[in-house]
Design a protein around this ligand. Structure first.
Ligand SMILES: Cc1cc2nc3c(=O)[nH]c(=O)nc-3n(C[C@H](O)[C@H](O)[C@H](O)COP(=O)(O)O)c2cc1C
Length: 287
């Protein structure tokens, strides 16, 4: 997928928008979005390992007035007239794949000057599933509003400050060298330093940032793990962590490609000793 400027700029620019002008998307922008959502244009490195995944642009006006009141965004999202709804066939890697593809769409929308906000929980799944004719094999892992962002309401500012939406964990808590006792130093990583920084800046459910990446000693091989959230509140984000990992893989992959770093994704668990709440997901190896 082509972007109009460096992906590092777009990743830095993206932020969750919950307040929009109540305007429909302009026809030319709508056509651009529909083109992006066409199935042949949306491929992730995990697409071949998982079932079908599809996305639709849905206008609020397509719902009957009774349904419009029940979209279930609970006052979190205001003004928006359109949503992107994704459906994915259940399978082992479907959330990783979905997370990758939905983030790709969100970055492309950011590049077009549009606002978005990942919604994994705060929407009415039944109504949106019906709208896109979900089969019994499919789930709707997440949706996003898409529209023209307006000045943040105070309600939105409160949500953002509660989840510390702007903050990210420091390097030493999420990137490791050879084992999980040894934080990864930024020195001598060259372009991989920016590649990892772009993962660090990614959005995640509840801003939990569950990604942990372990680099092999003296090799450009990066193993991706998820730290499963502990505690009652954190556990409510558990259904979304594989989506977060798809987002991490998307930012890594797009940035590596932009720097011309050649490599690919593998599922070969290196069997490194782990704390019990860490789970291996995938690896990127340079070629
Ligand atoms: C998988 C996923 C699910 C999310 N679900 C919701 C949600 O249900 N409601 C909501 O208001 N924000 C949701 N968010 C947005 C996050 O709260 C937001 O990305 C995070 O706080 C970081 O803020 P930023 O996106 O502005 O960088 C979700 C984000 C992700 C990645």
């Amino acid at each position: 997928m082509k972007f109009s400027k460096p992906i590092t700029d777009i990743i830095r620019e993206r932020t969750s928008w919950r307040t929009y002008y109540p305007e429909l998307l302009k026809e030319d922008i709508k056509a651009d979005i529909k083109k992006i959502l066409e199935q042949g244009n949306l491929i992730s490195p995990f697409s071949s390992k998982t079932g079908n995944c599809r996305f639709e642009l849905v206008s609020v006006l397509e719902f009957d007035p009774n349904e419009q009141k029940k979209l279930g965004t609970y006052g979190m999202i205001s003004g928006v007239q359109e949503f992107i709804v994704g459906a994915s066939e259940k399978s082992k890697y479907n959330k990783l794949n979905f997370g990758f593809l939905m983030e790709l769409i969100i970055l492309k929308a950011t590049d077009l000057g549009l606002g978005t906000c990942w919604l994994g929980g705060t929407f009415n799944r039944t109504i949106f599933s019906k709208k896109v004719n979900c089969t019994t094999e499919e789930i709707i892992p997440a949706i996003t509003p898409i529209g023209y962002p307006a000045k943040r309401r105070s309600r939105e500012k409160i949500i953002r400050s509660m989840i510390k939406a702007k903050k990210r964990k420091p390097w030493e808590e999420i990137f490791f060298n050879a084992n999980f006792q040894n934080p990864l130093s930024n020195d001598n990583l060259n372009e991989y330093s920016t590649v990892l920084e772009m993962v660090r800046l990614g959005p995640s459910a509840g801003n939990g940032q569950p990604w942990r990446i372990l680099k092999e000693e003296n090799k450009n091989t990066f193993h991706f793990y998820v730290e499963n959230p502990k505690g009652k509140l954190a556990a409510s984000y558990r259904p979304f962590v594989k989506l977060d990992m798809g987002i991490a893989a998307c930012h890594f992959d797009l940035t590596a490609k932009e720097y011309g770093l050649k490599g690919g994704w593998h599922f070969t668990n290196p069997d490194i000793p782990l704390q019990e709440n860490l789970e291996y997901i995938t690896s990127w190896k340079s070629e």
